[in-house]
Design a protein around this ligand. Structure first.
Ligand code: FAD
Length: 284
C-alpha cells in the first residue's frame, strides 16, 4: 500500500480557497469515492487532500425563495431523514435510498456524487430533471453552474481545480412532478445499469409541459434525452404517446457495452422504464 497523501483541514471557506489556490489538493468529503483512489489501483494517487469536514458553509438543507438548497456536504442519510426533502423532492429521497447501503449513505455526500461525475451517479438524473443549479466557489469568487452545463465529458466537469461545489439549488415550480427509477443487479450495493428521472407539469387538456427525461449509465456523462422530451412536450401520456416516447428513447440513446450490461440491454431497459413511468403517471 503506497503512503497516504498529506491532508489539510481548513476551518473555513477562506482557508479552503487559499489551499486550493496554492496548488493541487483533492477535496475529500465523505471519502467513499476518493478513498478508493488512494490505493493507486485506479490511477495516480492525489498529492494532497483537502478535508472538507470542518466547512459548516457546505452543510444544511433549507428552503429559500421557492428553491430547495442543499449544502454540498449533505449526506444521503440526511436527505432520507429530511422532512423538507420528503415533502418537496421525494424523488431525491428515493434516489438516496438506493445508494450503496447504510454505511455509504451515512458518509457519502451529494457534492461528492456530483464532483465525482460518474455517468452512473444516482442523484445526477434527478438533479438534471429538476433543473438544479450548482453554486461553486473559489478565491476568484462564486458562480452558478446549471447541472446541464456541468458534465462536459467522461468524468470531466465545469469545476476548475481551485473551486469547490458549495450548494445545490433546486427550483420547486408549482405543480411539477418528478419520478426516479434505478435498475441494478440487486436492490442494494448495486451500480446502476440504467438510472432515470422524469419530470413534468400536468396542464390537463393542454398536456404535459416542461418535460425532462434524464438518464445515467447510458452515455459518457449523465444526459437529458432531448428528442424524447420533445415527443412528450405538449402531449398527454396516452399509451400511444408512451409507445412513441419509448421508441424515440431507444433510438436516441447510444450506450456502450461494458462489464455491467450490453448496450442493447440498456436501450431496452431505458425504454421500458420510461413506458412504465408514463403508465404510472397517467394511471392506465
Ligand atoms: C461500496 C460503495 C457503494 C456505492 N454505491 C453507490 C451507488 O449506489 N450510487 C452512487 O451514485 N454512488 C455510489 N457509490 C459512490 C459514492 O458513494 C458516491 O458517489 C458519493 O456520493 C461520493 O460522495 P463522498 O462525499 O464520499 O465523495 P468523496 O469520495 O469525498 O469525493 C468524491 C469526489 O468529489 C470531490 N469532491 C467532494 N466534495 C466536493 C466539493 N464539495 N467540491 C468539489 N469537489 C468535491 C472529491 O475531490 C472527489 O473527486 C458507492 C461507493 C462505494 C464505496
Amino acid at each position: 500500500m503506497p503512503a497516504e497523501p498529506p491532508i489539510d483541514t481548513p476551518r473555513n471557506l477562506f482557508e479552503a480557497y487559499e489551499r486550493l489556490a496554492a496548488g493541487a489538493a483533492r477535496p475529500i468529503a465523505g471519502g467513499t469515492d476518493v478513498m478508493v483512489a488512494i490505493t493507486g489501483e485506479l490511477g495516480p494517487i492525489p498529492e494532497r487532500m483537502l478535508d472538507l469536514s470542518r466547512l459548516e458553509e457546505l452543510r444544511g438543507i433549507s428552503l429559500e425563495h421557492g428553491a430547495l438548497i442543499l449544502g454540498a456536504r449533505t449526506t444521503y442519510t440526511e436527505i432520507r431523514r429530511s422532512t423538507v426533502c420528503r415533502e418537496h423532492l421525494p424523488a431525491l429521497v428515493d434516489a438516496a435510498a438506493t445508494i450503496g447501503a447504510a454505511q455509504i449513505q451515512n458518509r457519502g455526500t451529494i457534492g461528492g456524487n456530483i464532483a465525482n461525475a460518474s455517468p452512473a451517479g444516482d442523484t445526477l438524473p434527478v438533479l438534471l430533471a429538476a433543473d438544479a443549479v450548482l453554486l461553486v466557489g473559489g478565491q476568484r469568487g462564486e458562480r452558478e453552474v446549471p447541472m446541464t452545463a456541468f458534465f462536459v465529458d467522461y468524468r470531466k466537469t465545469a469545476l476548475a481545480p481551485d473551486e469547490l461545489i458549495l450548494q445545490v439549488r433546486i427550483p420547486l415550480p408549482a405543480g411539477r412532478a418528478l419520478r426516479f427509477r434505478k435498475v441494478g443487479t440487486r436492490r442494494a450495493q448495486a451500480i446502476s445499469k440504467v438510472v432515470m428521472a422524469l419530470a413534468w407539469r400536468d396542464l390537463g387538456t393542454a398536456g404535459w409541459q416542461d418535460v425532462r427525461v434524464a438518464l445515467g449509465s447510458v452515455a459518457a456523462t449523465p444526459i437529458r434525452a432531448a428528442a424524447t422530451e420533445a415527443v412528450l412536450e405538449g402531449a398527454r401520456p396516452t399509451p400511444e404517446a408512451a409507445d412513441r416516447a419509448a421508441e424515440t428513447l431507444a433510438g436516441e440513446l447510444e450506450p456502450i457495452d461494458d462489464v455491467r450490461s450490453t448496450a442493447d440491454y440498456r436501450r431496452l431497459v431505458a425504454a421500458r422504464i420510461l413506458h412504465r413511468l408514463l403508465r404510472d403517471a397517467e394511471g392506465w
